[in-house]
Design a protein around this ligand. Sequence first.
Ligand SMILES: [Mg+2]
Length: 279
Amino acid sequence: MRHKHYLLSFSLAAVSVASMFFTVGQSAQQTVPAPAQSRLDYQTGATLYMQKSAEYRAICYQTFAWAKRALADDDKSRRKLPKAERKKARAVIVDIDETMLDNSPAQAKGIKTETSFNSKDWYAWTSKRSAKAIPGAIDFANFAKAHDIRVFYVSNRDESEKQATIDNLKSVGFPDVSDEFVMLRQKESTKEPRRQKIAETYRIVLLIGDNLNDHADYFEKKNVADRFAETDRVRDLFGSKFIVLPNAMYGEWESAIYEYKRLSEADKADKRMSALELP
Ligand SMILES: [Mg+2]
């Protein structure tokens, strides 16, 4: 789950220290300077949006309603397909984190404890098997099942997290979750080989994720402008074949801002500030 590692990887500790310096080291009348405060609030705002805004919840319901509509449309349109395609079993590919399961409590803990993302804390979280479902996700999975469409959970969680992941998905109520249909990261983070493997046997009707890399490989490692260009190029696929959930906490959108470089937390904060578009 390399991406997740950005999640808590924003310099909460450094920001906190900086904030303390400014608060303690300067006169009582002075508040934390705006740039430092904005960095401190950055992850908090994103996490609260997921946890406390009814708007986020509504967007999730809206998104899965679109996804169900896309499956229902395929029920009708597949009659026009060549026989071999028409007869092929159907599949939906879904991402797991921030698509089917909500990991915002892990994010929140990192903020409270001022701890950057690290594998140890992440594995401790996933091993608890306590992530809740994203609103609308279970209903969608049941809808797919009722339409005889197989759901494949394709995630970049590590293979070592597989049993805990299966247990968590089952415990919140996702149907037909088993070893075969949960495909985690082994050697490479790109999901394209896993998509191709599924396509050998199934006709992939829909792909759902919070990260465009969940949908196609042509979004991978692109800069911000090129990600926009690719998105515009395939705009007709959104809402029909590609379904996207919001995730302001982390993702490739943010890696693109950092130009996919390993930067210090201070440099990341500078990149974020300089990426802002002003009037
Ligand atoms: Mg995800």
